[in-house]
Design a protein around this ligand. Structure first.
Ligand code: PLP
Length: 368
């Protein structure tokens, strides 16, 4: 199949912008007329320095990152940061305690990992299903916590914060792996933000960390050197060989985002895209079901069921088969929750979403 016959709704690694792939293809064998690929270039070369610095400058511009924040390009994915965050930050206060706001599978995993290193306080009783964000007035935040942690967009459950939690001065840590640069964000409200690249800002292999300077340098002595933000800041993310190709691709995505109008423009496009899918679901209430409370619905990942709130397996299987025939790929829900999920990251266009919505309506007509 050709690329133009497929629409990719994958949850990550996910669709990349056509322009980015075309530029990467042009540069593949000989970057900038150097006769070598970025993959073959020394990370210590001046050419690679330009690539990494250019990516950082673009990111700083796109997110208006204040000067007292450092930008790191690390490896180990979001999962690596589940460990790096507590290893670097729990020591900030004597109690070695952190508050975790658990709204889905990813924040639950992060909380479990942090328990290895200190005391984790989950700010409300465990939810029996991840379909909502409990009202902040019911949270019990510990003023002596070293940090407060949350996942801004739960990729599996389709639960997204539409607000930034208030922490009364305790550093706020956010996993933005699946919604960074999909909407504007006030960096100054955060102690640390991290995001794997493979959904909205590039390909797998690099994890972006944006961290406030005063939080760097307190890592536990057990913290592996490669995860210690201080080491990575001191070496401009080159404490070990960085994921050079992934950083280069990320820079191309940042350039593409800038050309489109940055995070504010993406927010507008993403709101319209997700509204198109949610309104289709809501307009056919006996056929399509979205389990997530309206106020917590993700603009990035839309989970849904067909036939009944718990899903009619025959109908859902048929939906996936028919979708595949039209070139729609990766609409299957995560194996832990089942059902369907459409991931609508930045590179998924309004036309892609229109095609999906048309198909959803036709499928309803034929199978109601
Ligand atoms: N956090 C979120 C929100 C995710 O969606 C994922 C993966 O999909 C992760 C963390 C884990 O990322 P990785 O697989 O890069 O370790």
């Amino acid at each position: 199949m050709n690329r133009d016959q497929v629409i990719n709704f994958a949850p990550g690694p996910a669709k990349l912008p056509q322009e980015v792939l075309e530029q990467a293809q042009k540069d593949m064998l000989s970057y900038n007329n150097l006769g070598i690929s970025v993959m073959e270039m020394s990370h210590r070369s001046s050419d690679f320095s330009k690539i990494i610095n250019n990516a950082e400058n673009l990111l700083r511009e796109l997110l208006q990152i204040p000067d007292n924040y450092k930008v790191l390009y690390l490896q180990g994915g979001g999962t690596g940061q589940f460990s790096a965050v507590p290893l670097n930050l729990l020591n900030l206060k004597e109690g070695h305690t952190a508050d975790y706001i658990v709204t889905g599978a990813w924040s639950a995993k992060a909380a479990k990992e942090a328990e290895k290193y200190g005391k984790v306080n989950v700010v409300y009783p465990k939810l029996d299903k991840y379909t909502t964000i409990p009202d902040p007035s019911t949270w019990t935040l510990n003023p002596d916590a070293s940090y407060v942690y949350y996942c801004a967009n739960e990729t599996i459950h389709g639960v997204e914060f539409q607000f930034v939690p208030e922490t009364n001065g305790v550093p706020l840590v956010a996993d933005m792996s699946s919604n960074i640069l999909t909407r504007p964000v006030d960096i100054s409200k955060f102690g640390l933000i991290y995001a794997g690249a493979q959904k909205n800002i590039g390909c797998a292999g690099v994890t972006l960390v944006i961290v406030r300077e005063d939080l760097i340098g307190s890592a536990m002595k057990e913290c592996p050197s490669v995860l210690d933000y201080k080491n990575q800041v001191g070496m401009n993310s080159m404490f070990n060989t960085p994921p050079t190709w992934s950083i280069y691709i990320m820079g191309l995505v940042f350039q593409w985002l800038k050309t489109l109008g940055g995070a504010a423009a993406m927010e507008d496009i993403n709101r319209k895209k997700s509204e198109a899918v949610y309104s289709t679901i809501d307009s056919l209430p006996d056929f399509y079901f979205c389990p997530v409370d309206k106020a917590a619905r993700s603009r990035m990942n839309v989970p849904f069921r067909i036939g009944s709130p718990s899903g009619d397996e025959t109908l859902e299987k048929r939906f996936l088969e028919e979708a595949q025939k039209r070139g729609f790929v990766s609409l299957k829900g995560h194996r832990s929750v089942g059902g369907l999920r459409a991931s609508l990251y930045n590179a998924v266009t309004a036309q892609d979403v229109d095609a999906l919505v048309t198909f959803m309506k036709e499928f309803h007509q034929a199978n109601q």
